[in-house]
Structures are given as structure tokens and as C-alpha cells.
Design a protein around this ligand. Structure first.
Ligand code: CS2
Length: 503
């Protein structure tokens, strides 16, 4: 496909008829939103909701300046396309035939790479045009202290936080850019803005609030007070499955566009965003793009983290170990489907608060359908990464609630055991893989010590004392027994047979 012309503004007029494209004047855009963490997710979520608002006539002040905090690859792909990129929404019809809808998005009109030009990033946050700083930096990007049971304390010794404190002109973490950028706004006599986290963390608004204030406080307590008074931190629940784009996806999108987009994004049709209505300096008309403004995002967040992400992580570890490379391939195993269904129905749903208007049975059924989408090819190893950062909010809150009610947790324990099984770094077919996790070294040391502890029962007890993940659950005998049983079954029988026994 190398000879196909590249996507760019000149191509918009010649795109095939069914392809969506910006319906507004891109030249008029200004960076009302500075987004930190320019991965695939935000381009298929916040940017699409913003694009919908712009297409419906929103003020061009709501353009997005996209900032990559680490790598230049997205900027390198998007800059020659003047920020244009494609979202390919994929699923299959009832007969299993793949369906795809393409939309070229124009609202990310500016891209920056923070390590190359930190001053430019700070200047965008400190510009009078900026009104919202949003973030998708993944769980580990918040530099939280693993020793804090509430998972909201700043990790003061984190190398990025130390760098943020050492050099006002070249922060490294998202928190550092926010705090140093806000310091410039304050010094320049400008107002505050809204800080909008879009990551899968519980109470992501309050968590970001606590972390930003903790870092600001280390720099200047008056700055921390100013931020507290002049900025808002709405929590939100975001839900859309966005697998990593592959070279085959790039080729397929080029065929659909008739030109080559170097960085398209693939997404499922499902889109959900419940965001708290507390914007300090306005917001685009995101409901045009299906966002729901809510008074509190907490019940939505709990539903989503426990159902979607909790099940996802279980599927990821079990699938990766069994050699089922994608979520849909894993869901095609009848025992896996039965397990996920039972996990959600019997162990997760009873812990959820009632949500007015939500039919939780229909939600569960549609979730299984989303996971089974054969057109996404969402890789189990992709979801498996960063387990130490994900499992507390995905599985362990549910475990705690169940244990407090003296309710069984055997399927949740099976999911936890699957993670521990996965940490051995080799699947059932003998393929080795690296453990991608900010705690990888500590986990490996713990794994070796756990293995030396004796039988599966001693091993499970040793694991439960790994406080950065299990917190106060260390010493919980019932949970340890369930994990030990599941770990033993996974090792002795293998994933498929162990699943059939537990489902
Ligand atoms: C996934 C999420 O990679 C992961 O950990 O569980 O990215 C998931 O696809 C989204 O949260 C769905 O909204």
C-alpha cells in the first residue's frame, strides 16, 4: 500500500462518500483543550465527542492540542497529516460479516511531544485559550504511592515526581506539567481551568485533585491553595474498547479511504461517557457526542470498573496463558463464556449500587456481546499489562464487599489466581513473554519467595501479603484458600480444564 497518497487536508474533498469528515473550518480552531497522553483511546473517545460538538457548530475555541508525554510516534504520524486521522468503528453483522464505518477527525489540530519541547506544553496550559486539561495517561501515569491503601497519595520518590520537583521548566509527569503550567497561569494573572482525568481509576477526579495538590504543596503552598480554589476536577467514567492499531489495520483503513492514514484508531461501536458537570471554564457540547452529564460519576464508575474491566482482566490472564490471543477468541471457548457470565452475575452484580434506568441483566448480556466482537482482535496480552495497577479497582473492591457480606468469592479468586499464574512469564504452550508492569521487579522477587513458601496454600498466603496490590487482605484465610485451589487447578489441569470446573 506504499504508493497510496497520504491523508491530509487536500484529500478531504475526495474521500469516498460514506466516510465522515470535519464539517467546520479547521483553520479557526484554538486549543481550548490541552490533552496529556495522546494514545489511541482519547482519539476514539474525548476527541470524537469534541468533533461531534464542532460538527454541530460549537465554538472553534474547542480545538485540542494533543501532547505525547513520552514518544514521538503519534506526533510523527499526525503532523504530516496536519492532525487529521481516522476512527474505524468495527463490528460484525449477525452472519459474522465484518462491518466498518470510517470517520476522519479534525479537532486534534496541534500535536506536541513533551520531552522534546516541555516549554511549549507549559505554554499551552498557561495560554488564555486553555480551559480544560484532560488526561489519558493510564493507571501508572498518576505516580501514586503503592503503599497507600486509599491509592490516592503521591509517590514522592517516583523518579518522574523527583524530576518535576527538580526543574520547573522541564517536568516529566502529567502531574508535573499540570502543576507547573498552573503556576504560570497564576503568575500571569489568568484564571484556573478544569482538570479532567479519563483513566480507569476509582474516583478519578478526586484522585487527580489529591495528587495535584500534593505535588503543588511541595512547590508552594500558596499555589496549592490557588489550584484548590481556581480549578475543578470532574470525575468521569469512560467506556469504549480501543485495541492497539496494527499494520494490517493501517492497510485496511487505507483501502477504505483511498489514501493512507499513518495512525488510524480502531474502536467498537459502543461509546459511553458519564462525566460530572463541574467545569470551571466551560466545556464543548459533548452531549452532542453522546456524553452524559451527571451529578456523580461514582455509581457509573463502579459498574464499569467492576463489570467491564474486572471481566476483561480475567479474560486477559486466562486467555494469554491458554494461548487464546484475543478477547473474542477467548470468548468463543464455551467454558470461558460460562465463567465470565457466572462471575458477573453471581459475584459482581450483587455488589453494585442500583442505577436508575439501568437494566443490569441487559448490560451484562451486551457486555458479553461487546467482548465477542470478532472485528476488534483486542489482544489478551495488551490488557494483561500493568496488573498491579489495575486489579485493586477491578477485582479487589468487589472481593472486599463480598467478604464483608460473607459471600463466596471463588470466581473472583480464580481471576486473581490467573494473574499470579500469568506472572510466571510463560504460557501453556511454552512461549515466554515479558511481564509489563511498573512493579515487575518487586513482583518477580515476591513470586520467587512465594514459590519457595511451600505448597499452593502457603504460596497464596504469601501473595496476599503483597500489600501494594492486596492491601488489607493479607491474612484473609478464606480468600487464600480459594486462590490456592484455583492456582493448583490452573497449574495441574491447565486453563481450559480448570475453567470448565469452576464455571
Ligand atoms: C482494558 C481497557 O486494557 C485494558 O486494561 O480493560 O482499556 C478497556 O478496554 C476499556 O476500559 C473499555 O472501556
Amino acid at each position: 500500500m506504499g504508493l497510496v497518497a497520504p491523508l491530509g487536508p487536500a484529500r478531504l474533498a475526495t474521500l469516498p462518500a460514506g466516510v465522515g469528515r470535519p464539517a467546520y473550518d479547521r483553520a479557526a480552531l484554538r486549543s481550548g483543550i490541552v490533552h496529556l497522553g495522546l494514545g489511541a483511546f482519547v482519539r476514539a473517545h474525548l476527541a470524537l465527542a469534541t468533533e461531534a460538538a464542532l460538527n454541530a457548530g460549537a465554538d472553534p475555541c474547542w480545538g485540542i492540542c494533543g501532547v505525547s508525554l513520552r514518544h514521538a510516534d503519534v506526533r510523527d504520524a499526525l503532523a504530516p497529516q496536519q492532525g487529521l486521522y481516522t476512527v474505524a468503528t468495527r463490528d460484525a453483522d449477525d452472519a459474522g460479516r465484518a462491518r466498518e464505518r470510517l470517520q476522519v477527525v479534525g479537532c486534534v489540530h496541534e500535536t506536541l511531544v513533551a520531552p522534546e519541547d516541555p516549554a511549549a506544553v507549559l505554554a499551552r496550559i498557561a495560554a488564555p485559550t486553555a480551559r480544560i486539561v484532560s488526561l489519558t495517561v493510564t493507571e501508572k501515569g498518576y505516580c501514586r504511592d503503592p503503599a497507600d491503601p486509599a491509592q490516592r497519595a503521591l509517590h514522592h520518590d517516583h523518579p518522574d515526581i523527583r524530576a518535576d520537583l527538580a526543574d520547573a521548566a522541564a517536568p516529566r509527569s502529567a502531574l508535573g506539567f499540570i502543576v507547573r503550567g498552573l503556576a504560570l497561569r497564576r503568575a500571569g494573572g489568568l484564571g484556573g481551568l478544569t482538570l479532567l482525568p479519563l483513566d480507569n481509576l476509582p474516583a478519578n477526579g478526586a484522585t487527580l485533585h489529591a495528587l495535584v495538590l500534593a505535588l503543588a504543596d511541595r512547590i508552594d503552598t500558596a499555589l496549592a491553595r490557588w489550584i484548590d480554589t481556581h480549578c475543578s476536577f470532574p470525575a468521569s467514567m469512560v467506556d469504549r474498547i480501543v485495541p492497539r492499531t496494527t499494520p494490517a489495520d493501517v492497510d485496511a483503513v487505507a483501502r477504505g479511504l483511498g489514501c493512507r492514514d499513518a495512525a488510524p484508531v480502531i474502536a467498537e461501536p459502543f461509546f459511553d461517557w458519564a462525566v460530572e458537570e463541574c467545569f470551571f471554564a466551560g466545556r464543548p457540547d459533548w452531549p452532542c457526542g453522546s456524553a452524559r452529564l451527571v451529578a456523580s460519576a461514582e455509581p457509573f464508575e463502579r459498574l464499569k470498573l467492576r463489570m467491564v474491566n474486572g471481566a476483561h482482566s480475567c479474560i486477559a490472564y486466562l486467555g494469554a496463558m491458554a494461548g487464546w490471543p484475543t478477547v473474542d477468541a477467548a470468548l468463543r471457548q464455551p467454558a470461558m463464556r460460562a465463567f465470565v457470565d457466572a462471575l458477573l452475575r453471581d459475584e459482581v452484580v450483587p455488589t453494585l449500587p442500583a442505577l436508575p434506568g439501568l437494566d443490569v441483566e441487559a448490560y451484562r448480556a451486551s457486555l458479553l456481546q461487546r467482548f465477542a466482537n470478532p472485528a476488534l482482535a483486542h489482544r489478551t496480552q495488551q490488557i494483561a499489562m500493568d496488573g498491579s495497577q489495575k486489579l485493586p479497582q477491578r477485582l479487589l473492591g468487589t472481593v472486599r464487599d463480598r467478604l464483608a457480606q460473607r459471600q463466596p468469592v471463588s470466581r473472583l479468586a480464580f481471576g486473581l489466581a490467573a494473574w499470579l499464574h500469568h506472572l510466571r512469564g510463560v504460557d501453556e504452550r511454552g512461549n515466554r513473554y515479558p511481564i509489563e508492569d511498573p512493579q515487575a521487579d518487586a513482583l518477580e522477587r515476591w513470586r520467587l519467595a512465594a514459590a519457595a513458601a511451600g505448597d499452593a496454600a502457603a504460596e497464596a498466603r504469601h501473595w496476599l501479603r503483597f500489600a501494594p496490590v492486596f492491601g488489607d487482605l493479607g491474612g484473609h484465610e478464606l480468600l487464600a484458600d480459594d486462590i490456592a485451589r484455583a492456582l493448583g487447578a490452573l497449574r495441574e489441569k491447565g486453563v481450559a480444564a480448570a475453567l470448565a470446573a469452576v464455571a
